[in-house]
Design a protein around this ligand. Sequence first.
Ligand SMILES: [Zn+2]
Length: 218
Amino acid sequence: MDNIILISAAGAGKGTQAKLLKEKYNLTNISVGELFRSIAKTGGELGKHIAELQKAGVLIEDKLTLEVVLDRLEKPDCANGFILDGYPRNLEQAKMFDEAVKGTFKEVSTVILLEVPKEILMQRITGRVNCSSCGEIYNEYFDEFKKPGYCNKCDGDLYKRDDDNEESFNRRYNTFMTTVQDAIQYYKEKGILHVVDASISKDYTFSQIQKIIEGKND
Ligand SMILES: [Zn+2]
């Protein structure tokens, strides 16, 4: 059984890899961001509290985050192993989580860090354009266009999301790197950190992840 933590900055393809892992190894994929969004929608006491914090742009407390994650891991679909995406985000969360799951089936065996150079991440994020008509997503740097500014599929207008700009990217990237760095070091010292080059292609990235997981089970 594998319990995996996936760490990467936005744009490194974490969601895609989580999906591939889930399909190949029958693991349950838990995106903590999505988990919070779905709880916020339920409208219960916890849901209301979370919705308020999100609305105010305030980070959810470490202790509450831990409780929500642990509660989710109790569900039967996690018994065969799980992938945690978007948690832990800092050293404090990493330590709290470790302490709470020690000696249980929830203990994490593998931490995978998807590494992509900052310049490439920047191009992936700031080059993103969306079709206003069919919703197709392209990248100005990596895709070719039959007619610049228009969708290859349906000829609809392409537009860029407001927060896909350089300034916003830099802010998000720097915040992420500063807070997650100590957690990465912590897992490295525990001997369970694996760094994967995620800058080439999604297939290449996944082949490296498979080697890590299958090498471990020998
Ligand atoms: Zn289109």
